[in-house]
Design a protein around this ligand. Structure first.
Ligand SMILES: Cc1cc2nc3c(=O)[nH]c(=O)nc-3n(C[C@H](O)[C@H](O)[C@H](O)COP(=O)(O)OP(=O)(O)OC[C@H]3O[C@@H](n4cnc5c(N)ncnc54)[C@H](O)[C@@H]3O)c2cc1C
Ligand code: HEM
Length: 411
């Protein structure tokens, strides 16, 4: 874990009193504040919603909710340092920011638009000078923790702050189960190889859409590191009732072929396996959440084939299970692995119905990795708690912005 976010930020006593007193009011209006904030930010800086922020997450509200919850969570911690340090929250945001090339100067822009939104929503009579000053302090304590972490991540990646974008060439495109395609890329510039990465990490992929917007999305890496190539599997997000088809996943499926150039960013992500440890691993996924687990298994097959690993996956059927053939092959190559699969449709050799961890022997000292839709994560977290698994053993990757209010934080 990076040192930058381990430090304990402190709010001065007078600021802490004001923040404590106004937290309920800010908390009660925070969704409104973040909605006004993003509206103002994108009005003042239209290039940010066109080329940097994920407009799908804006449209369905998950990013404003995540921002609101993260600030409320951090402020609550500042006024009650007895609470656990929000290290997991800062780490997730910092890695996501680094994967998008966010730089320190952009924090002032966010600050100015956020504080304009706070005044617009709560009114200048409520946001008096002392109140504004106290919340300013909260903002900069959080911003500086993130700025420090992101600086460290850029140094570790060996790049100037924000210089994470690379042009790559697609060298392979393979259709997996229906709706899932695996793309493999290598550097478009033979003098600059693509870097190593840790099992569990992801890249951002940038696509220029027909209306001219450059939209970025994250994809977990599914191959072992070290061959100069990066591979990722994309599930096409289909339209469902009032929800339109996913923009980037549909574009990649429809347009990206071997020989094409693509913009990606360097690998980041904090839900990674400790490659020096020898503890058993338990990998639990559902649907397209299989991808980081496949990356971890590929790593083990290449570099630590004798590590004990229990793989648990849930899906509708073998025909919808992403990278299933690869999983079975990896199982055969990993002598200390066990596969436990649940399919909703009765299938020979698999459990039937919903995942039920109580029928498994979970090693008590295992590091447990989870990835899947929010409902699945919540259900599995509950089952792990019931099984007496300590929270710090559980590492969660989410494919949509984390809402820190829903109680799936990991320490
Ligand atoms: C760390 C990480 C790793 C990931 N790894 C993978 C991976 O390995 N493989 C993979 O396939 N995906 C992965 N994802 C998810 C991926 O980044 C994208 O979110 C996914 O491909 C969908 O992007 P999209 O552009 O196709 O959909 P978007 O256009 O972003 O749409 C997303 C959702 O929002 C809804 N939406 C959009 N506009 C509206 C609107 N106006 N009203 C209501 N709803 C709306 C859409 O219907 C859709 O359900 C990962 C995400 C993260 C954060
Ligand atoms: C203290 C200041 C900030 C806080 C608290 C913050 C918080 C967050 C949070 C909670 C997320 C979601 C992470 C997740 O996926 O779970 C996020 C993502 C993001 N942030 Fe920040 N952020 C801050 C500053 C900035 C700045 C300065 C920028 C640059 C303009 C920025 C751009 C982004 C982008 C582009 C995303 C991804 C959006 C998406 O995928 O929908 N953030 N941030």
């Amino acid at each position: 874990m990076n040192a930058a976010i381990r430090s304990e930020p402190e709010l001065e006593a007078n600021h802490a009193d004001i923040v404590r007193a106004t937290l309920p009011l800010v908390g009660a209006h925070i969704d409104e504040i973040t909605t006004v904030f993003y509206r103002t930010l994108f009005h003042n800086h239209p290039e940010l919603i066109r080329d940097l922020f994920n407009r799908g997450n804006q449209a369905e509200g998950s990013q404003p909710r995540a921002l609101a919850a993260s600030i409320a969570h951090f402020a609550t911690y500042l006024v009650d340092p007895e609470l656990p340090h929000p290290v997991a929250l800062l780490s997730r945001i910092g890695h996501k920011h680094a994967s998008l090339g966010i730089t320190a100067d952009q924090y002032q822009v966010v600050h100015d638009n956020l504080f304009a939104a706070i005044v617009a929503v709560l009114g200048a009579d409520v946001v008096t000078e002392p109140v504004a000053e106290a919340w300013d302090r909260v903002y900069w304590l959080m911003a500086n923790a993130l700025i420090d972490l992101e600086k460290e991540l850029y140094v570790e990646a060996g790049v100037e702050p924000g210089a994470v974008f690379r042009n790559v060439t697609v060298v392979s495109r393979v259709e997996d189960v229906p709706g899932v395609t695996v793309f493999t890329v290598e550097s478009a510039d033979s003098a600059t190889a693509l870097p190593e990465f840790l099992p569990g990490q992801y890249i951002s992929v940038g696509v220029r859409l027909p209306d001219g917007a450059r939209q970025l999305r994250q994809y977990s890496l599914v191959d072992a590191p070290g061959n100069g190539r990066l591979a990722f599997a994309v599930k096409r997000v289909e339209a469902l009732q009032e929800r339109p088809a996913g923009e980037v996943s549909s574009w990649l499926h429809a347009n990206l072929g071997v020989g094409d150039t693509l913009e990606i960013t360097l690998p980041f992500g904090d839900v990674t396996v400790d490659t020096d440890a020898t503890t058993p691993l338990v990998l639990i996924s559902a649907g397209i959440g299989a991808t980081p687990m496949i990356g971890i298994l590929e790593y083990l097959a290449a570099r630590a084939p004798h590590r004990q690993v229990l793989v648990v996956h849930a899906d509708r059927s073998p025909q919808t299970h992403p990278l299933r053939a690869r999983l079975l092959d990896l199982g055969a190559r990993l002598p200390e692995s066990t596969l436990e699969i649940w399919y909703e449709e009765p299938t020979e050799g698999a459990h039937h119905g919903w995942i039920d961890l109580s029928v498994l022997d979970l090693p008590v000292d295992a590091d447990i990795y989870l990835c899947g839709a929010t409902e699945f994560l919540r259900a599995v977290r509950n089952q792990l708690s019931t099984a007496g698994i300590a929270d710090h053993r559980v590492h969660v990757e989410e494919f949509s912005p984390t809402d820190w209010r829903v109680g799936i934080e990991t320490a």
